[in-house]
Design a protein. Structure first.
Lengths: 238, 320
């Protein structure tokens, strides 16, 4: 087996499956909440809060992993690692979307309390949308969290090889620098949400800060040297 | 002849105290690093399981109270595994795991300030001859969740009267134990330890305000503020200070822990008020633990009939 095949048939599927771990835990937790089976032992008496928090934290973890790929590649010279970046990026978007969905239901939909026309009705839809919109407008930590997710949306949509070709490497790469803004917004979202113990958001701030510092240092070096020595890493990983 | 035997342990092998005290964090960090950014490791919630408190000694002669609510109770498991008690860590489940280190006996409460009976009171003396009542109260946390909890305790006013406060006593200040040896959370400066809280004298004398020493007819578990805590059901949960070691009568409004930490978010009064949003979230609804659809939060947590007269003429938006 060539190293190419090892990556394609062993490493990538293995990482894909591992990345679904938190989603599997989520299914376990949801099933436990509705009494289908024993809930995971770590689930608190406030499981809706648990699953909201967990999916949010996993979004940040996958964003950090995604931002770690390029520094890892450049520091170790292990170029093949770039082939995992799309997957970790898409998992960040996946968990971010789940996080937003769970918040929308657990926090916003269930706060409507009364459903005069039944839960599935246009009245519910209208009030639900208003409740989400009001939160995004009124609460800075929701605003910035929603921004973090929205910044990931164009990246997820243009993650295919076809889109890279269509946009052209330079423009595609420029667009995908939005991930920096998304990661920063994600950390701010976490920071603004905690009551007093900032230790966890601070850890993520340090990690994201270090990972972005690499980019700043490289950008400065590039600016000094007129001819860039590295090729942009945009090869699709199919 | 003086024979100097070398110590069994070289000083270089002794772990520096700071490192030793932070060993949990160190282990956590090392574990996260080993798992590669924590991809394979879950958060603490996933690894460690909360532990409901072991059942304790039954309290004798507990009377029912007409002030109790008839709503459905939260379970022993809910009440003893989902706690905000930052002296034992900031996760909801950490007090259930870490509060075992607390020694609730022997226990003294120091009474000080503007009163005639300044003294250090043994808990046994506080409880001697004191009738205990079951008070089933709603508890509304400032974080938008709530529970129904069957406390066992006695009116705070009973104890205050014994202390004989002077006419200068306008407020009561309460202080929680802050012993880093027993309380790991105190080692990190999340709040300005010790935790303090306060009530206006008329609030403290209100019949709903109790000192609780039990839960579900049993001695209060450590994670719920053993051996003696305040319960003020019309205020957000953090006002109901736990593991009290000091009660001081003051002329001036005392400083309170959360107010010092974030004055624009947590005022001195902190009455439950659905109209007054927390700067970062709405307070108009809450999630009762064990339920999915949320409930409307009620003014003074549903105790408006009993307590609103305390605040006549006060702007509750300003005095939040």
């Amino acid at each position: 087996m060539s190293s190419n095949q090892v990556i394609r048939w062993i490493l990538k599927p293995a990482i894909f499956l591992a990345s679904l771990g938190p989603a599997a835990w989520l299914v376990w937790a949801l099933g436990g909440m509705f009494g289908y089976w024993e809930p995971p032992s770590g689930l608190s008496p406030n499981p809706l809060s648990d699953i909201t928090n967990e999916t949010g934290v996993w979004t940040l973890r996958f964003l950090c992993l995604t931002l770690f790929v390029t520094p890892l590649r450049r520091l170790t010279g292990w170029n093949a690692v770039i082939r995992f970046r799309r997957m970790t990026g898409l998992f960040a978007f996946f968990y971010g979307s789940l996080h937003f969905l769970i918040y929308s239901i657990a926090d916003r939909l269930l706060s409507l309390i009364d459903f005069p026309d039944g839960v599935l009705s246009s009245d519910t839809a209208r009030r639900w949308a208003a409740a989400i919109g009001e939160d995004i407008y009124k609460r800075p930590f929701i605003t910035v969290g929603f921004t973090a997710l929205m910044l990931m949306l164009p990246l997820a949509l243009t993650s295919t090889a076809g889109m890279i070709r269509r946009l052209g490497g330079k423009r595609w790469q420029a667009l995908h620098r939005l991930v920096y803004a998304s990661a920063i917004a994600g950390v701010v979202h976490y920071w603004w949400l905690v009551k007093a113990d900032i230790s966890r958001p601070r850890n993520y701030a340090v990690i994201v800060g270090v990972l972005l510092l690499f980019r700043v240092v490289w950008a400065r070096r590039r600016a000094r040297k007129p001819s860039p020595v590295h090729a942009p890493a945009i090869t699709p990983s199919s | 002849m003086l024979i100097k035997r070398p110590s069994d342990i070289r000083s270089s092998e002794i772990t520096e105290k700071k490192v030793y005290l932070n060993r949990r964090e160190f282990v956590a960090t090392a574990a996260a690093a080993a798992a590669g950014f924590g991809v394979l490791a879950g958060s603490n919630q996933l690894i460690e399981a909360a532990q409901p408190a072991p059942h304790g000694r039954k309290l004798e002669g507990v009377k029912k109270s007409p002030l109790s609510t008839t709503e459905k109770l939260n379970s022993w498991q809910d009440i003893t595994t989902y706690n905000n008690y930052y002296e034992f860590g900031t996760d909801k489940d950490s007090p259930s795991m870490l509060a075992k280190g607390l020694k609730p006996s022997p226990w003294n409460v120091l009474v000080d300030g503007e009163c005639a009976k300044k003294a250090s009171y043994h808990l046994e003396d506080i409880l001697k001859g004191q009738a205990l009542e079951e008070r089933i109260y709603r508890l509304r946390c400032v974080e938008r969740w709530s529970m129904v909890i069957p406390w066992v305790g006695f009116p705070l006013s009973d104890f205050i009267k014994r202390c004989e406060p002077t006419s200068k006593a306008k407020f009561v200040e309460f202080t929680t134990l802050a012993d880093a040896g027993q309380m790991v959370g105190v080692r990190s400066p999340v709040l300005d330890w010790p935790y303090t809280e306060g009530l206006r004298m008329d609030e403290a004398m209100h019949p709903l305000a109790i000192l609780a020493v039990g839960l579900y007819g049993e001695v209060l578990p450590n994670q719920n503020g053993a051996p003696i805590r305040l319960v003020v059901p019309w205020k957000y949960g953090f006002k109901s200070i736990k593991s009290i070691v000091k009660i001081r009568f003051t002329e001036r409004q005392p400083e309170t822990a959360w107010n010092k930490s974030a004055p624009q978010e947590y005022g001195f009064y902190s009455n439950v008020n659905p109209q007054k949003d927390h700067p970062r979230w709405s307070q108009s609804v809450e999630r009762r633990i064990g339920e999915f659809i949320q409930r409307r939060t009620l003014l003074f947590n549903g105790y408006a009939d009993q307590v609103s007269s305390l605040y006549t003429g006060m702007d509750l938006n300003k005095n939040y």
